[in-house]
Structure formats: structure tokens, C-alpha cells
Design a protein around this ligand. Structure first.
Ligand code: FES
Length: 152
């Protein structure tokens, strides 16, 4: 079944079953592998993308339910390809946040949405927005510091 999607500002068409999770459409059909598969059951946050700007777990969203909503992945977070990284990504690099890195795309997508809506977040705001994002390396303190740095 054909589905038209808006991914990172581009119209794309994929031919997959309607119940295919968006995560696998991104990774397997569109080769956007920055979005990660962690748990597949909506528990870890590794697969987070923006759907009309809202952080959304792509493993839990069937492609047939996306419709005309705009999808942004980590590949599309910088305003223009080849231009300097999004401020959240810059902060992440400056503080050398990732250890294994696996959860980082999801963390960054959640942080970017938080900062758009709450430009000066408190620790509690950060914990509320990112608390459901698991990091098996335990980089939580660096993640929180990077969110504050990106807010400056
Ligand atoms: Fe989607 Fe874990 S892979 S929440």
C-alpha cells in the first residue's frame, strides 16, 4: 500500500503495509537510520521523532496513521543540510555527551522540542521531558547540562 509522507520537509512515498511502524519506514524504506530501535514497545525513547513538532515514539506509530503531518528526524533537525548543527546538537558536541551514543538521537529530539516550548527549562522541566528516555550508559547528568547549555 502506498503512503505519502512529509519527511524533513520533503514529500516521500513508500510502499509498505499500513501497520508498519514509522520507525521501520524511516530506517528500512527511507534509509534514515539516525532514528534508533531500542525496545520497540514505546518504553525507551530511542526512536523519538517529531510529528508536527511533537516528540513521538516512532515504534508506536503505524505509517497509516501519519497522514499529512510533518515528520522530522534527527537528520532533518538542522535547518539546512550542511549548515551548522542545531543548537542542541552543538551543546551535545561541546559537552561530549554521548558514550555509546545509541539513545542520543531520541534524547536530542526530545530536548529540541523542550527548548522550543520552554526556552529556559529548569532541572525539573528537563527531567519531565527527558525522564522517559533511557540511557544505558547513564549520561543523564551530561544530558541535563547540555540542555542548559543549549538554552543559553
Ligand atoms: Fe521506540 Fe524504544 S524503540 S520507545
Amino acid at each position: 500500500m502506498r503512503h505519502r509522507l512529509n519527511i524533513n520537509g520533503q514529500d516521500r512515498e513508500v510502499n509498505v503495509l499500513g501497520d508498519t511502524p514509522l520507525l521501520w519506514v524511516l530506517r528500512d524504506a527511507l534509509d534514515l537510520v539516525g532514528t534508533k530501535y531500542g525496545c520497540g514497545i514505546g518504553q525507551c525513547g530511542a526512536c523519538t521523532v517529531h510529528v508536527d513538532g511533537q516528540p513521538t515514539r516512532a515504534c508506536q506509530l503505524p505509517v497509516s496513521a501519519v497522514g499529512a503531518r510533518a515528520i522530522t528526524t534527527i537528520e532533518g533537525l538542522s535547518p539546512v543540510a550542511g549548515q551548522p548543527a542545531h543548537p542542541v546538537q552543538q551543546a551535545w558536541m561541546r559537552l561530549d555527551v554521548p558514550q555509546c551514543g545509541y539513545c542520543q538521537a531520541g534524547q536530542i529530539m526530545a530536548a529540541a522540542a523542550l527548548l522550543r516550548d520552554t526556552p529556559q527549562p529548569t532541572d525539573a522541566d528537563i527531567d519531565a521531558a527527558l525522564g522517559g528516555h533511557l540511557c544505558r550508559c547513564g549520561a543523564y547528568l551530561r544530558i541535563r547540562a547540555a540542555v542548559h547549555l543549549a538554552a543559553k
